[in-house]
Design a protein around this ligand. Structure first.
Ligand code: GLN
Length: 491
């Protein structure tokens, strides 16, 4: 039999339902494997809680009350609040924080009544407050890429991508504000999807930029992402004011639909100067596969692609500066031991609790929102954001899905960009447009580029077209084996 850690979510769910294996046995195996990991992917464990969840899943499986993914292990990005585990958002500000409630996504995936029945193995490392693209902004430790431990796993969901790629867990949650599911998935050769903004509840997901933040699954296959996403989505109107009143869907139902006649838009702005040749070759080869599967490639233009960088790096910090004001040492977060009066307490608490990148963004955000600059920066950015969304709608008149690279390069070396925040920001160029427009986007393993490092193909769909994206990704995975390869060369 396939080793438990080599099994997909779908395979584990089947075996568990058929009672060939028990949730407790799977949890013990993956917990031991995860605890022995040295990549830095995990920030915390609570073996007692994990095994209690597994026991609960076993009981549900025995009595026929189990959810669709009962007993399948997974791990949550440490930005989703959990009662059973600490939640830090990768920040010293929240060191030791224990939430009194579970995030909606945690509840929907978990073993509580009505949940999908998954067992949480632990909490995964990430960039502080999800700000970053290499996981090096974690206040605790960096994460190494299992394909080459001298390189970053991507970010901000870098613990999630590294853990899934190294087969510590078959799946994980991630969050994507400007690419944080798609880019780490691409860097580690796994599959990840960010749904349409508003489809998954943001309740209990520590806020970075509320008009952009979305949760999504990261797993090895499109089928596994479909299974998890089906459980994660759905209205949560009382708890998240931007949650959409759109019913949950079974995204795994139509995965084998034919791609005959599917029009794939190829934005020429995604293939310009700055795209690494190895990434381009891999993406081109994946597009050829799609042609073989019956799809048609249609040239399109997303003329404001480059502008998405300044627009995002105005809007996201603006929202962050407001969201992070709650961490003042009184309402939430670390409180300094060393203060003389109220103002010095606020100042020192925030100075000690936040890392450098977070401070940079709070300052940028406060600046662009300040009197006199609001019109010049924030308002302008909002207008261009709307134009970026309109460009996509123009494109979707002539195509069904948009495809291109996830990132301009493969994973870079640890430390390579730490002193150059702008270099990090520029690398987000291909993921930001879909985020600003609130469109669903995913990353699918598409081969290997420079230095043999993984390359992801990005697929972007129109609003609520997650099923179409997952179907397209699944069909590619039926035709290629990139998603089956694993670090170290074994298949
Ligand atoms: N790299 C981008 C940023 O630093 C995106 C992060 C994210 O999607 N959370 O803001």
């Amino acid at each position: 039999m396939t080793a438990l850690h080599d099994m997909t979510v779908a395979a584990l769910a089947n075996q568990l339902r058929a009672k060939k294996i028990s949730a407790t046995e799977v949890a013990q195996h993956l917990l031991a494997r995860s605890q022995a990991d040295t990549s830095g992917a995990f920030l915390s464990f609570n073996p007692e809680a994990t095994l209690a969840q597994a026991k609960e899943a076993d009981a549900q499986l025995a009595t026929g009350t189990a959810g669709p993914l009962a007993g399948v292990p997974m791990a949550h990005k440490d930005i989703f609040v959990t009662t059973d585990f600490p939640t830090t958002a990768g920040s010293k500000m929240l060191e030791g924080y224990r939430s009194p409630f579970d995030a909606t996504v945690v509840r929907k995936l978990g073993v509580q009544a009505g949940g999908a029945g998954m067992v949480n193995v632990g909490k995964l490392n990430c960039d502080e407050f999800a700000m970053g693209s290499s996981n090096e902004n974690s206040a605790y430790k960096p994460v190494t890429n299992p394909w080459d431990t001298s390189r970053v796993p991507g970010g901000s969901s870098g613990g999630s991508s590294a853990a899934v790629a190294a087969r510590l867990v078959p799946a994980a949650t991630g969050t994507d504000t400007g690419g944080s599911i798609r880019q780490p998935a691409s860097f580690c050769s796994i599959t990840g999807i960010k749904p349409t903004y508003g489809r998954a509840s943001r309740y209990g997901m520590i806020a970075y930029a509320s008009s952009l933040d979305q949760a999504g699954p990261m797993a090895r296959t499109a089928e596994d992402c479909a299974l998890m996403l089906s459980a994660m989505c759905g209205p949560d109107l009382d708890r998240d004011s931007t949650s959409l009143d759109v019913p949950a869907e079974n995204f795994a139902r139509d995965l084998n639909a034919s791609l005959d006649g599917l029009r794939i838009g190829i934005p020429n702005e995604f293939f310009g100067e700055g795209l690494a040749p190895g990434v381009r070759t891999a993406v081109d080869a994946a597009l050829k596969e799609y042609e073989k599967l019956g799809a048609k490639l249609v040239p399109i233009s997303l003329p404001r692609t480059e502008l998405s960088i300044p627009v995002y790096y105005i809007i996201a910090p603006a929202e962050a500066s407001s969201n992070l004001s709650r961490f003042d040492g009184v309402k939430f977060g670390h409180r300094t031991k060393d203060y003389t009066d109220l103002v010095s307490m606020y100042k020192r608490s925030r100075a000690e609790g936040f890392g450098e990148e977070v401070k940079r963004r709070i300052m940028t955000g406060a600046y662009v929102l300040s009197h006199g600059y609001y019109d010049a920066y924030y308002l302008q950015a909002q207008k261009i954001r709307r134009m970026i969304s309109d460009d996509f709608q123009q494109a979707f008149k002539v195509c069904d899905v948009i495809a291109g690279p996830v990132a301009p390069t493969v994973a870079w070396k640890l430390g390579e960009k730490t002193d150059d925040p702008v270099a990090n920001y520029l690398a987000d160029i291909f993921t930001l447009p879909a985020s600003l427009a609130g469109l669903p986007g995913m990353s699918v393993p598409a081969g290997f580029g420079e230095e043999g490092m993984p390359v992801g193909l990005q697929l972007i769909g129109n609003y609520f077209k997650e099923a179409q994206l997952l179907n397209a990704a699944h069909r590619l995975q039926q035709a290629t084996d990139f998603h089956l390869r694993q670090p170290g060369g074994a298949k």
